[in-house]
Design a binder for this molecule. Structure first.
Ligand code: PEP
Length: 249
């Protein structure tokens, strides 16, 4: 049986500013006090370097990266550039990128491979839509996303999976503990089937309207190894209690 440290990662999306880094300093102080829990904040690209300079050792991450190391890809940023700016991880395959930018599993896998090859941690997001859940296809959809978008982990670099039901993101609708337990068990089974024993070390985060008042219950669910938090990661007042809930879980 593997003991996995909880990871609480904040996704600021297209929010934040230099002034908002005050929140980050307060979050970093709480992260230092949170024994046994990994904490990360993923601000927009432009804030990665100033955030890393103020994070006091807390991990800073990116919300996306390009699959190529360099070249003619106007407007994109490579994993090596993120690393140089101070990022230690990158989210890939967030449902907002799958939906808004038309990103598919193959592209997401190549991005994740680039992230891992650069020595950063990759958080690969998967999750079903409301319609897919209502039609009873949630596990089938997520399993297909895993098969298509997960790279083979290698070396020291680390792979993390975030299960984020699309209908729960930014809506205040949280999946039930029973539904989360069922999905995380299915994801774990996939990871063990594909990676053998190493699949037991890969952390599976839940994401979708995680808040201070539901975090403790969510962290108690089997195979929930932390959370990917959107809206509630923007302020220390909302995010720190989620980190504290993970500390006690
Ligand atoms: C997310 O964007 O990854 C997310 C989970 O958002 P929220 O916590 O706001 O639902």
């Amino acid at each position: 049986m593997h003991v996995r440290r909880k990871l609480v990662a904040g996704n600021w999306k297209m929010n934040g500013s230099i002034a908002a880094l005050q929140e980050l300093s307060a979050i970093a102080a709480a992260a230092r006090a949170a024994s046994g829990v990994d904490v990360a904040i993923c601000p927009p690209f432009t804030l990665i370097a100033p955030a890393a300079a103020r994070s006091g050792g807390m991990a800073i991450g990116a919300q996306d990266c390009h699959w190529a190391a360099s070249g003619a890809h106007t407007g994109n940023v490579s994993a090596a550039m993120l690393k140089e700016a101070g990022a230690r991880l990158a989210i890939v395959g967030h449902s907002e990128r799958r939906a808004d930018e038309g990103e598919g599993d193959d592209l997401i896998r190549r991005k994740a491979e680039a992230v891992l090859a650069t020595g950063l941690q990759a958080i690969v997001c998967v999750g079903e839509t409301d319609e897919q859940r209502r039609s009873g296809r949630a596990i089938e959809v997520v399993t297909a996303q895993l098969a298509g978008s997960l790279p083979d982990p290698r070396g020291e670099a680390e792979l993390v999976v975030a299960y984020e039901p699309v209908w729960a993101i930014g809506t205040g609708n949280v999946a039930t503990p029973a539904d989360i337990a069922e999905m995380h068990a299915a994801i774990r089974a996939h990871l063990l089937g594909r990676f053998g024993d190493a699949g037991g070390r890969i952390r599976i985060l839940y994401g979708g309207s995680v808040k201070a008042d539901n975090a403790r219950e969510l962290f108690a669910v089997a195979d929930v190894d932390g959370a990917l938090v959107g809206g509630a990661s923007l302020t220390a007042a909302q995010f720190v209690p989620i980190v504290e809930a993970a500390t006690g879980a």
